[in-house]
Ligand binder design. Structure first.
Ligand code: ZN
Length: 142
């Protein structure tokens, strides 16, 4: 048995896709089972689809609602692919302050409401060697 990471575990791997319905097959063919619901997060201009990986982790497909959204711009610049990794922490604000004190830059000055009603913030990829890292309070439902 591997020990649980202290106060931090993988919540989801987010993948930018131009069309959820076109790309979901890859993951379904691997064996992932997606919830039939598609969540629209208007504020972020995305449609999302979730499938569990294990008790904690999910695959999240992110489809832009328009070209001006962050995911729309990401796909225009870099193409489809892995967009960010999200780790669940017990206290998003506390973790943000702890990491900011060490010089890490965050995208938002305060945690925001994300998909599934969780509080989230993102560590800027310039602080992490190119990886966009989301920290989240986690989803209430599995
Ligand atoms: Zn995410």
């Amino acid at each position: 048995m591997l020990p649980e990471l202290k106060d931090c575990h993988l919540d989801h791997v987010a993948i930018a896709v131009s069309s959820i319905e076109a790309r979901i097959k890859v993951w379904q063919d691997l064996g992932f089972v997606f919830s039939p619901e598609r969540e629209i997060v208007q504020e972020q201009g995305v449609k999302t689809a979730f499938a569990p990986i294990d008790v904690h982790g999910h695959i999240e497909l992110l489809e832009p609602l328009n070209a001006e959204s962050a995911i729309g711009k990401f796909i225009a610049q870099k193409g489809e692919g892995i967009h960010h990794l999200c780790f669940k922490v017990s206290d998003v604000k506390a973790k943000q302050m702890e990491m900011q004190a060490q010089g890490y830059k965050f995208i938002y000055s305060e945690p925001k409401l994300g998909a599934g009603g969780c509080l989230v913030n993102f560590i800027h990829p310039k602080s992490t060697g190119g990886v966009l890292i989301e920290i989240s309070s986690g989803r209430d439902h599995a």
